[in-house]
Ligand binder design. Sequence first.
Ligand code: NI
Length: 225
Amino acid sequence: MLLHIPDVLTRDELSRIRQALDDADWTDGRETVGLQGAQVKRNQQLPDASPLKAELGKVVLAALERSPLFFAAALPMKILPPRFNRYAGGGEYGFHVDGSVMRLGGGGQLRSDVSCTLFLNEPGDYDGGELVVSDTYGEHEVKLQAGDLIVYPSSSLHRVTPVTRGARLASFFWVQSMVRDDFQRSELYSLDQTIQTLRARLGESPEGVRLTAHYHNLLRMWAET
Ligand code: NI
């Protein structure tokens, strides 16, 4: 499931993050990829050990906590501390698949089920920089407003097209979901949204209560905790 979640960050958070990134020390983005990725990746990132990365990452995580849509779509069990990247001067990232198992600081590991890109500046600030996600339905091009998030299955092949004017700033991170299967997760999301819509239209109803029970019983059957 490819899902656009608008307005994850507030205007204040965006300007705070962008100001901090203006003065940031960037490093070569190939630091954090494997061999295949290194051949096609040309961008910059905040170094993994950078205190600024940790500080801004907390702002992003707090924003995710406020987003019921993110929770419903990703059903997060663990989230990799958010990273930050910058594409400029023709920078791009060719087709690749994200690493399947990632190390968390403190010794744990995370299985990447859901990939997330949070756009930090406006689409008019740069040319190119589309995220292209390829799945069984074809290729989808994504370029969102500042503060908007796209979530997509980590199993997909995807790329970022060359940025030929200006700079593209984004935060990116991975989620290990309680429900690892993309189809099951999408069905749960769709059921959840249907229940919310029905409740808004009809108020509480016995059928709404039953549908909610179906949702939780499916989640109980599929969730790892
Ligand atoms: Ni990727």
